[in-house]
Ligand binder design. Sequence first.
Ligand SMILES: NC(=O)c1ccc[n+]([C@@H]2O[C@H](COP(=O)([O-])OP(=O)(O)OC[C@H]3O[C@@H](n4cnc5c(N)ncnc54)[C@H](OP(=O)(O)O)[C@@H]3O)[C@@H](O)[C@H]2O)c1
Length: 245
Amino acid sequence: MAKKKRIALVTGANKGIGFEVARDLARKGFHVFLGARNSEAGEAAVQKLNKEGEKENYGKGHSGVAVTFLKIDVSKPDSIRRAAEEFSRSTDRLDVLVNNAGILLDDDKDVLTATPEIFETTLRTNTVGALLVSQAFVPFLKKSDAPRIVNVSSGGGQLADGADGWAPAYCISKTALNGVTSQLAAALPKFAINSVCPGWVRTDMGGANATRSVAEGASGIVWLVSDAPQSETGKFWRDRKVIPW
Ligand SMILES: NC(=O)c1ccc[n+]([C@@H]2O[C@H](COP(=O)([O-])OP(=O)(O)OC[C@H]3O[C@@H](n4cnc5c(N)ncnc54)[C@H](OP(=O)(O)O)[C@@H]3O)[C@@H](O)[C@H]2O)c1
């Protein structure tokens, strides 16, 4: 019997690390739902990947394509609900959710000057967004033989070595996202649920001076999605190794 095609949803995948993760997963034979809040940018990214897929023979999922667009703004509960409804019209199973969408708004603000708006907007997207998307898609993940959630976090959220003053709202949102990972892992013992730091990556967020390419940044995420043992859960990773919270 033909093996079931694994299905992944990657949020914030119209560009940057998320786009590269979507591409790598499509190459690995996943049917990828490419999540984006902006329809135009999302559709363009999907078209690009499906064109590549035709050439490279990615293999096809539902409706004859390797990659399907899903409109989802992770900062808006209504958008998340509508995305889950839309998803359910294609399939009732999800194997992997990658909570990748993220924002960095701090500019040069330190912890004493960051505004309520910066904190609230950042936490709503980077932390609460990942939790609400997880809640909405858990029913589909429960249909998988090996369900996984990968939360794209940051070394900036690590508490182990103390803070260095950079981007406090962003760093606190990632510390809290790691808390979400730990809580979900406890609540869903049959799932593999992990946080991962991609390193410092050349994207709109990471900037041109970052040390890693998007391919290098995506690599550790894709490994957790696809190749890490299913028994590994409730941990924080970088470069396929566990790192301290
Ligand atoms: N780059 C780094 O060095 C680095 C390091 C550590 C961790 N990370 C993490 O890696 C992830 C990806 O970052 P990146 O470097 O690829 O950044 P990026 O190029 O700025 O891409 C961020 C993506 O998230 C999307 N997004 C933002 N808010 C959203 C929302 N409310 N709903 C849906 N999508 C939303 C963006 O969509 P739009 O195009 O519509 O804005 C974009 O697709 C983030 O979680 C980031 O914190 C990055």
